[in-house]
Design a protein around this ligand. Sequence first.
Ligand SMILES: [Zn+2]
Length: 293
Amino acid sequence: MRIYISVDMEGISGVTRWEDVIPSGIDYAQARRWMTDDVNAAIAGARRGGATEFVVEENHGAEMLCVLDLDRIDPDATVIRGMPRGQATTSVALAPGAPPFDGMFLIGHHAMAGQAVGICAHTIYFPHYRRVLCNGRPLGEPEMFVQMAAEQHTPTALIAGDDVVCATVAALCPGVQTAVVKRALTNTAGWIVPPARARPIITAAAERAVVELAAGSIPTSSRRGPYEFEIELHEPIPTERLAMIADHHPEFSVDGEPGDARTVRFRTETMHHGFRCAAIVRYVADLGRVPTY
Ligand SMILES: [Zn+2]
């Protein structure tokens, strides 16, 4: 059984605030180890349940998406890291035509932009994306992954993160196993169990996930496109940029008067394409190159 593991950092056990997930933070090196150990905990449980192959794809936008400690990672894993990846930057293993997986684990994923409670809640790009809507409702990164995996006939079997993201994914994915490793109090505070206690929770949930996958009791999401995206930005798009977008990016339309244009819309048939489009809006809108999260 092949398992795809998408790993982000904000939902890792122990991580509580933005400084934990940026290289200048005093606990960043420690948080990298927590992140690696949470992944290892998931692999250990999956292996116990009968899985044999583990592809880990890094999804945290610091240091060119190279955050895991490779000296600590379970040697049975292969790791996709660095950027660009010649495809969707953080989901290349879910690209159309890629070898299929039997199940997907989301480790360290986080609540979506606009959620008042949820540790380090954001969607794709913390500094500039106020909210991402899809078909009229707020959309977060975990749902994008759920849908991208579904397009490759892969069910979402495990979510590990805070109570908010686990509840969100559980509502989307019947049968998904949840590993709640912390309780969010706000966007930057939580009621935390030590990472050493969180890891057995992840291992147990991962084992259950693989057993349930083998039994065929975790369905693949049946939702499909088209998807109407709206990306609401915190700041207006520079006025001089609007004509460039109209001329060169007809796939994107911009709402709002010059000087106060803050919403970018586009439509896609697949979530895989939608995720890629959503990720480049910040460049198209010329909002500057600062680290993603
Ligand atoms: Zn991240």
